[in-house]
Write a protein that binds this ligand. Structure first.
Ligand SMILES: [Zn+2]
Ligand SMILES: [Zn+2]
Length: 123
């Protein structure tokens, strides 16, 4: 009997049932190829680490930055450009550091990583 709840881990570790194991591997591989295509599931992390598609990368960065919280009453300086955060649009990243929207956008676009410039936290 087949249900949707086919336990891959169980099947992969059954040593005395090569057929179940083969079935499990086929299923695993078919699931992998589905994830690879990712047509309607736009994967930010994938796009951010895509060196050969600058346009997708740019879109991903813009999308990521636009989703960051805007800090209306930010004080202090942006650690990227050293200008006051009260100028421009301060954006708060997931580790609570605050940068200008333009600065963090440029940082993400020019860097090869999507980590905070201050603490290397994943943004
Ligand atoms: Zn700045
Ligand atoms: Zn940080």
């Amino acid at each position: 009997m087949y249900t949707d709840q086919f336990d891959l881990d169980d099947a992969m570790t059954i040593p005395d049932n090569p057929e179940a194991r083969q079935e499990a591997v086929i299923r695993l591989v078919s699931e992998l190829s589905t994830v690879d295509k990712a047509t309607d599931q736009f994967d930010l992390v994938d796009a951010l680490t895509m060196p050969d598609n600058p346009e997708a990368r740019r879109q991903a960065v813009i999308c990521l930055v636009s989703e960051m919280a805007t800090v209306d009453d930010a004080t202090g300086d942006c650690s990227i450009c050293f200008q006051s955060l009260s100028e421009g649009t301060p954006k708060q990243v997931s580790c609570n550091h605050v940068y200008h929207r333009q600065c963090i956008t440029d940082w993400l676009l020019n860097g090869r990583s999507n980590t905070c410039p201050m603490c290397r936290h994943d943004i």
